[in-house]
Write a protein that binds this ligand. Sequence first.
Ligand code: GRF
Length: 203
Amino acid sequence: MLTIGVLISGRGSNLQAIIDAAARGEITGRIAVVISNKPGALGLERARKADIEALVIISKGKERSDFERELAEALESRGVELVCLAGFMRVLSPYFVRRFKHRVMNIHPALLPSFPGEDAQGQAFAYGVKLTGCTVHFVDEGVDTGQVIVQLPVEVREDDTAETLSARILEQEHKAYPRAIQLYAEGRLQISGRKVRVLPGRK
Ligand code: GRF
């Protein structure tokens, strides 16, 4: 069983999708801890409801290196093998990324490398693309630049607003993230340079 740690800053709907997938047996892993850098994050409540340890490690007003050391120690002391960023609104420094090399994933609400950074759905909508979606990727030392693991497409409709589009992207996020985590849990993700090769599953 893979030991997972989830980092959040807010609502936690992706966290919920991961919790639910694990409960259904679609992720053969256990979420050992959920950590938020914001005290009031709704996701903390979701964790507690699922009997998962919910921890707050405040980032505000702290040196980045102190915050990340605390974070890394909390994750390591709980035996976390895979760190999943799920609406975690902090960029992790090279120090953290190296300490958890190829063991940190993130979900982004656009088809990377298009529309990295904040408000990806709004960026895509304003640009006028006809197709967008979501990406689960490994976290490297850049912002939304790590190797792509899973992408799911979402068509932009004529009557969409940024909000309706975001909602349909979110539905796909909730499918993509558990899928990527399970591929990792099954040892089927092989990184070679920029690419992630998805190895065939056992029949
Ligand atoms: C999602 O859109 C995710 O792609 C982005 O932040 C949002 C988090 O939503 N990184 P939630 O907290 O999982 O509901």
